[in-house]
Design a binder for this molecule. Structure first.
Ligand code: PXG
Length: 288
């Protein structure tokens, strides 16, 4: 594997950053997780746009234009002969002093890794997932805004540890007001009757790219889409539930905190959404 770092390609074993990089010392940086399907980078523009929004929020100037960033991602895929895979785009604050002052970091680093994706087990897509609500509260907007896809993922990792301890793959995180925010690496949706709901961004959800796609596809299927505040009660009493994410795509949820959701099997609308999503990944994206 060849890894792109600041304009050059390095062998995997030589692809390294400094121990003085503030991405490592403080989690000071941002990232994107992107998929490639059938020789195309899916939703690349959306991911690049979100990367620059994250950068703006943390006052980090990415040392290249979005067009150059797009080229770097595609070039890294080509170099690694990726047709289907996972692309991790990382921008760190760069090398600085041991103090946390970001002004001491003069050169942010841009890293692109293109490799294989690790998916949830296939049987979970067929049977549906069992997930739990965890005690770790989603970050507050005025602390580390959940809209920033930052390198500081400890909030999510702490929640993931709780999910692991409970013997499940994903955790529901609530915000400080007790409303549903999202999962550790996925957004959450419910279907009740003819309505498709997902928590609003103000509840502490990431501006998920798969989330936006699922809302659009749901609308096309004739569902009424909305983004109201949701409580656990709303989740428990849903007809169907699923998670969305670049890695997970759309995955059905059939049990939450021991409550069976709907029939206890992946629901018909969720299945249709999954089909439509797969169809979309087959025909769109930035050619490699
Ligand atoms: N919430 C959080 C906290 C995420 O990190 C999503 C929602 C879904 O967003 P997208 O835009 O992907 O629909 C994410 C995305 C990984 C990995 O390596 C994580 C994500 C995406 C891809 C890979 O764990 N998280």
């Amino acid at each position: 594997m060849k890894v792109y770092i600041d304009g050059k390609f390095y062998d995997e074993a030589k692809a390294k950053v400094s121990v003085f990089d503030h991405g490592l010392l403080y989690g000071d940086g941002i990232f994107e997780g992107i998929r490639a399907y059938h020789g195309r980078v899916f939703k690349l523009k959306e991911h690049i746009d979100r990367l620059y929004c994250s950068a703006k929020a943390i006052l980090l100037t990415i040392p290249m234009t979005p067009a150059e960033m797009t080229k770097a991602v595609v070039a890294t895929c080509r170099k690694n002969q990726i047709t289907d895979g996972y692309i991790r785009l990382v921008v760190t604050r760069g090398v600085g002093t041991l103090g946390l002052n970001p002004n001491r970091c003069k050169n942010p680093s841009v890293i692109v890794i293109a490799g294989e994706i690790q998916l949830y087990p296939q049987e979970l897509y067929e049977r549906g997932m069992d997930i739990v609500t965890v005690a770790t509260t989603r970050n507050l907007h005025n602390a580390v805004n959940p809209a920033i896809k930052s390198l500081n993922y400890l909030n999510n990792i702490l929640a993931k540890i709780e999910a692991n301890n409970a013997g499940v793959e994903e955790a529901i995180m609530l915000n400080a007001d007790g409303y549903v925010a999202e999962c550790t690496g996925d957004n959450i949706f419910i279907i009740k009757g003819n309505e498709l709901h997902t928590p609003p961004l103000s509840a502490g959800a990431l501006y998920g790219i798969t989330r936006a796609t699922a809302l659009k596809l749901g609308h096309e299927l004739g569902l009424k889409t909305g983004e109201p505040n949701l409580t656990r009660y709303d989740l428990y009493n849903a007809d169907e539930c699923f998670l969305t994410g670049t890695g997970a795509e759309i995955i059905p949820v059939v049990k939450i905190d021991g409550r069976v959701i709907g029939t206890g099997k992946p629901g018909p609308m969720s299945k249709q959404l999954i089909e439509k999503y797969h169809a979309l990944t087959k025909v769109s994206g930035e050619p490699i």
